[in-house]
Design a protein around this ligand. Structure first.
Ligand SMILES: [Zn+2]
Length: 277
């Protein structure tokens, strides 16, 4: 039985991301499509978004043009595919403060945001543009700094910090979908601690190894340990590791293509929840 329904929603893509940025050491093999996704959870009377995308306005627009982000659609349009609106989002758990995960703060007027304190502090000290609105939300009490690992931030949902990895204070989200403390129904939402399935197995059949993401501001060694912790949480079942930048997720769970050309992945449905696929 599932406590939460889970959908992974593509909202834009980069057609030509360098493969070397996605899988460490894979240089000079060209570019590949990089989808941008956020993930919607519905259950326990809550509507929770994991990361909040980017707004195609002001500096968000500058970032998107610089990184060649294409086919962006607003959360209003993307969430409509699963019968939801931006106003209905109560909470957003931010895995880290990159523009494609945190640039959509202004688009969710009723949400409270949850980020690791260390991530916020590190970026404020680097004076990242995205932080201006984040600091304003902090003043309003709508941006909450999380201090490390927290169990049951919402029923059955734990956050785990991975310090000094993709960013200073990245976190991943563990969803125990039967609510049990030693659950055998766990999903892990990785943020950018993993980009691709290749980060979990190295792409070599029969001789799997961890190959960390290519883009890391912190330590590659710590990324390998974080990958191992994520795998342990998911009981080494790669299907349960939800990676928002991995287009092959569409082969793992039921999915469909929306009218905007994005994919929508239905990971699991709580009891009584209609399917949108
Ligand atoms: Zn990202």
């Amino acid at each position: 039985m599932s406590d939460y329904s889970i959908w992974m929603l593509e909202f834009a893509w980069v057609p030509d991301a360098p493969t070397s940025s996605l899988v460490y050491g894979r240089h000079n093999v060209g570019n590949e499509k990089l989808p941008y996704c956020y993930t919607l959870l519905k259950g326990h009377g809550k509507t929770i978004l994991l990361d909040c995308g980017v707004n195609y306005a002001s500096h968000g627009r500058e970032f998107m043009e610089r990184f060649n982000v294409q086919n962006w659609f607003s959360p209003k349009e993307v969430l409509a595919e699963v019968g939801c609106t931006p106003e209905e989002i109560d909470h957003v758990i931010l895995t880290h403060a990159h523009f494609d995960h945190m640039g959509g703060l202004e688009l969710f007027p009723n949400a409270t945001f949850h980020i690791q304190q260390e991530e916020l502090a590190a970026w404020v000290s680097m004076m990242a543009l995205d932080m201006i609105y984040a600091v304003q939300l902090t003043r309003e009490g709508r941006m909450r700094g999380i201090d490390g690992n927290v169990d049951n931030i919402f029923p059955g949902i734990d956050v785990r910090i991975a310090r000094d990895t993709h960013t200073a204070g990245s976190q991943y989200v563990v969803i125990r979908n039967d609510g049990k403390s030693t659950s055998d129904d766990v999903f892990v939402y990785t943020g950018d601690l993993l980009y691709r399935h290749d980060n979990m197995h190295g792409g070599i059949a029969g001789d799997p190894m961890y190959l960390p993401v290519g883009l890391a501001f912190g330590s590659q060694t710590k990324l390998i340990f974080a990958t191992h912790e994520i795998m342990k949480c998911a009981d080494f079942d790669m299907r349960r590791v939800l990676t928002p930048h991995e287009p092959a997720m569409t082969n793992v769970y039921p999915s469909r293509t929306t009218k905007n050309g994005h994919y929508l992945i239905e990971v699991t449905l709580a009891e009584g929840q209609q399917s949108y696929v």
